[in-house]
Design a protein around this ligand. Structure first.
Ligand code: AHM
Ligand code: MG
Length: 334
């Protein structure tokens, strides 16, 4: 595609699907509907300081965390953009304990959508970037409206994954297994325009590590040695710098564009770390691989983890391949 062309996300998705003559268009429609939901959420995020939207709703989500109004809004927008289209059999959201069936009043489809409607919500009140993360699988069961089996699929089977970062600008980044493409929202025309075609994590990468180091007293010795290795430039290529926003999408977006490693390890109190496999770690792992990077739990590739429950957590080491490989090496020594 000519770098000077103006290409909307809708056009990009349609052109990509044209390469598959048998494609039904359903899959493209899901992505396009996600982009629509992202625009609505972006508008509301940008209004956050102006309307009475900040603050807590007063209940807790299934993870036991306080729910803020924008989380509820984002959840509702994605659901309402997706429930009636006939493309999905069910959905899974960080905000809801059980899989969300498509209501009987609407036709059901062949795909499953798993999403974190608004990640990093503790950052909303302080104007730090937040994001939406999503993953799409094909239905594998015979059930019209999906079963747990459809939701609990290994990350390698993802058909598409993406995220939206609501930052200094709003960006939509996705992969369908043919590279990673990024689109920036032009709010004046309400369109996501192709701005980052075929993103690759830079080589050589920036030497950044990104981790909540305050938890180091809980880490096992291998993890502590890994941090010392990065800090001291143990590979002979120079010491690392630290970068940690505490907002997964924003930390990952920087890692994708600049290189480095993002880590949320398991520790003594939380052996599986904090981040959720199906709608946080897995989609970002798919994107990282498509951009030349990698994601590991420290024991195996994130994309090979077989899920057993929809909200399960997993340790996460994500970013430049060489740094994730190094992390695996240190962690395997215990
Ligand atoms: P959330 O899903 O409740 O928003 O929590 C996930 C967030 C991530 O965005 C971020 O990477 C992580 O929590 C930060 O956790 P911590 O404050 O423990 O460093
Ligand atoms: Mg989250």
């Amino acid at each position: 595609m000519d770098g000077t062309s103006i290409v909307t996300i809708e056009r990009h998705i349609i052109e990509a699907e044209r390469k598959y003559p048998d494609a039904s268009g359903a899959f493209s429609n899901i992505l396009t509907d996600m982009a629509l939901a992202a625009k609505v959420i972006s508008r509301q995020v940008n209004m956050a300081g102006l309307v009475d939207i900040l603050g807590r709703v007063g209940r807790r989500n299934v993870q036991g965390e306080p729910v803020q109004k924008l989380d509820v809004f984002a959840q509702d927008v994605i659901y309402r953009a997706m429930d009636h289209t006939g493309h999905l059999c069910c959905m899974v959201s960080e905000e809801l304990e059980d899989p969300i069936p498509i209501p009987d009043s609407f036709p059901a489809g062949e795909y499953v959508l798993l999403f974190d409607p608004l990640d990093g919500s503790s950052n909303i009140d302080v104007n730090v970037s937040i994001g939406t993360i999503f993953s799409i699988h094909r239905k594998v069961s015979d059930s019209e409206r999906g079963t747990l089996e459809d939701c609990l699929q290994v990350g390698r089977k993802q058909l598409a994954a993406g995220y939206v970062v609501y930052g200094s600008s709003t960006m939509f980044v996705y992969t369908t297994g043919h590279g990673v493409h990024g689109f920036t929202l032009d709010p004046s025309i309400g369109e996501f325009i192709l701005s980052h075609e075929n993103i690759r994590i830079p080589e050589p990468p920036n030497r950044y590590y990104s981790v909540n180091e305050a938890r180091h007293s809980e880490w096992d010795p291998g993890m502590r040695r890994l941090l010392e290795h990065f800090k001291s430039g143990g590979d002979g290529e120079g010491a690392f710098s630290a970068r940690y926003i505490g907002s997964l999408v924003a930390d990952f977006h920087r890692t994708l564009l600049r290189g480095g490693i993002f880590m949320y390890p398991g520790d003594r109190s939380n052996p599986d770390g904090k981040l959720r496999l199906l709608y946080e770690s897995s989609p970002l792992a798919f994107i990282a691989e498509q951009a030349g990077g990698r994601a590991s739990t420290g024991r195996e590739d994130v994309l090979d983890v077989v899920p057993t429950s929809i909200h399960q957590r997993t340790p996460l080491f994500l970013g430049s391949r060489e740094f994730v490989d190094e992390a695996d090496g240190f962690l395997s020594q215990g």
